[in-house]
Design a protein around this ligand. Sequence first.
Ligand code: BYC
Ligand code: FE
Ligand code: FE
Length: 472
Amino acid sequence: MSTVDLDAKIPNNVGLKDDKRLLRALEKWQPNFLSWWKEMGPSDFLEDLIYLRTAVGVGKGGWAHFDYVKMPEYRWGIFLAEPVEGRKIHFGDNLGQPVWNEVPGEFRNRLRRLIVTQGDTEPASVEQQRMLGHTCPSLYDLRSLFQVNVEEGRHLWAMVYLLHTYFGQDGRDEAEELLQRRSGNPDKPRILQAFNNPIDTWVDFFAFTTFTDRDGKYQLAALAESGFDPLARTTQFMLTEEAYHMQTGENGIGRIAHRTAELMREGTDPRKVGAIPLEMLQKYINFWASASMDLFGGEDSTNAAESFGAGLKGRYREGDGIYKDPKALGQTYTIEVPNADNQLVKQEIPLRRAMNALLLDAYVADCKRIIDRWNRDLKASGVDFQFTMPDKRFNRHQGVYANYRFDPQGNPISEAEWTRRCGDWLPTQADRDYVKACMVQVIEPGKFVNWIAPPAMGVNGQPIDFEYVKFH
Ligand code: BYC
Ligand code: FE
Ligand code: FE
């Protein structure tokens, strides 16, 4: 049982105080992280007191600690889930061997790449969201934003811990570069495209936390199966934080739709009162869902095959014994790819090469469940509108559909039709201008801007009109 050292300069449950070299390296990185936070984290609000939860343990109840904190004083720590005695690699070519507690030499580059890619998304999202505080729809939502932001900061710490501990000088260099790249900067962009897209409205934020943080859930879940045990244990703990981010998104979009439905039922045109029309919300769903599907990489991927074969990245819930063959050999996966006439033709690929496609399928099914929940509420509101999840072929820039055009139902279409219709499917500049104009800051406790309904309940048993942020 690893004990949690909460009083250390870097709170942790990895026995940092007994590893002086590692401790020194991380303590050297810490001020750089803080400078990055002050420069690229939430713009302003650094002196304000935010009602935040902080991890104080990795077991049940480890998240129960809430207090007012200034963001730069948040206790970013290093927490790994408890090790499982005698854990074995449970998929791929090394099936049945004991898990690794050191980096296996032959997989070093691949592993580092996975960790760096994961790590890069965390600060990227904080950068993308840094201006949102100025237009928050309520104090409740402002707190949620900052909760998500500090936890993404902790996710960066989680990956930097692995880089510093297991990858020597290369790892320390990579950790430094994680603080150098900048979301949307053409000279030093973040690694994955969705993390270079601007998030300058709360509609983007809620769609991002619904769809992009949910990619986070699936990627982390696949890494939590890893035969490299420190990665598995780190990502397992990160998943407990991810749940809150996705909930923020689901509730946010749900509350926007609820408010619009309420207005429509009264016979008010949402556009006349600064609310978000449902068709417009659907376009933001289409945009962020498709951008997030790109984060799964190509459907047919030798990278994915090798990561699976090596035992570095498993399938979703691989450890629950839901797959027949833990080696995934001798099976195929059918993808449909367009031919020269833009007709979809079936093609069989070895299952191992389809690991990204399998993870994407699980993700899409999950997204559909969220959309169903929004739709149930719309139905109950008596409004004749239902959201849809865009097909996995729609608006893709990675993978087998990247160079073709499809409508949101996944039917192949011509370039001309795409040009004619894409403004019906994705936010236009006019839509973005309209949504931006709706973003006005509301910070009186218990008050909400006109385009969003209040949540069903407050945070940590507090009332909805609680002072979630105390301004200095
Ligand atoms: N953008 O074999 P392929 C989160 C590259 S989100 C740019 O098809 P692979 C979070 C790829 O690198 C979760 N490049 O795919 C959410 C490769 O380049 P090379 C983040 C892309 O490698 C919200 C080439 O294309 N975690 O945590 O199997 C807020 C061919 O790639 C993209 C991870 O991503 C793209 N979208 O899979 C905060 C997990 N897609 O090698 C945080 C770690 C592919 O030819 N990463 N490429 O030069 C991975 O597992 C894999 O890197 C990917 C790509 C799944 C991303
Ligand atoms: Fe994260
Ligand atoms: Fe997240």
